[in-house]
Ligand binder design. Structure first.
Ligand code: F6R
Length: 241
């Protein structure tokens, strides 16, 4: 793992965006695994700026997002489809048909999981997977558990995740209890992984994930087994590394 230590969130976002931009420039048809949440927003903003400046072209990029809440329609303000449109896709030239996010409104959720796995396997491998990390060590919505699924699946969100994500909703009771998430299979098979972590509240879980044992109780600790992880963090998040 390579650690990229930045003074603050803005610097971290710029450093990570530089890596992503370099990968897209080297390989215009990159398959990009994307995350939502607050960690990648600054990076998306920077990538958008470079697109506006004519430095980046997303017209051949394909994207696969990690997850989506069950029961939120694509245009719901807190859906991850809406998040991606608002924070990235609406501001760059990626064709919407090149973007993939699980459908949390699917009537048959298992069929949707199977469909999503086919989309991912159709790409072969994800070239570059962007990740954040949950306070409980989740990646995507692969929550701590006795066993993890390799493929896309429906997950019951932990209380820790519901509480952490309630900041985006008016109240915690509005946070969906379930989500669809990519499994750990395609994440660990990605050619390269960028993990973003910012803020003091991430320091302990970052230390647990990268200095502690590899355990399913800290799903991000599996990243210790991956040969090409770039961890971008600000001083606060990396304080215990
Ligand atoms: C989001 C996702 C989650 C977040 C994680 C951290 O698509 O899969 O794993 O990356 O919950 O969220 P933030 O960045 O908001 O702290």
């Amino acid at each position: 793992m390579k650690i990229h230590r930045s003074a603050d969130y803005e610097a971290m976002s710029r450093q990570a965006a530089l890596l992503v931009a370099g990968q897209i420039s080297a390989r215009p048809d990159l398959v990009l695994g994307l995350a939502t949440g607050s960690s990648p927003v600054g990076m998306y903003r920077q990538l958008t700026e470079w697109y506006r400046d004519g430095i980046l072209d997303f017209s051949h990029v394909h994207s696969v997002n990690l997850d989506e809440y069950v029961g939120l329609s694509p245009d719901h303000p807190q859906s991850y489809r809406r998040f991606m449109q608002d924070n990235l896709f609406n501001h760059i030239n990626i064709p919407v048909e090149n973007t993939n996010i699980p459908n949390g409104m699917a009537e048959d959720l298992q069929a949707e999981c199977d469909r999503y796995d086919k989309v991912i396997s159709g790409f072969g491998r994800i070239d570059l997977q962007i990740l954040g990390i949950g306070l409980d060590g989740h990646i995507g919505f692969n929550e701590p558990a006795g066993a993890l699924s390799a493929g896309t699946h429906v997950v019951d969100l932990t209380e820790s995740t519901i509480e952490a994500n309630s900041r985006f909703f008016e109240e915690a009771s509005q946070v969906p209890r379930r989500a669809l998430t990519m499994g750990v299979g395609p994440i660990l098979q990605a050619r390269r992984i960028v993990l973003l972590a910012s803020g003091r509240d991430k320091a302990q879980i970052i230390a647990d994930a990268f200095l502690g044992p590899v355990t399913l109780q800290v799903p991000a600790s599996l990243l210790q087994l991956h040969p090409h992880v770039d961890l971008f963090g600000d001083e606060a998040a990396l304080a215990l590394l």
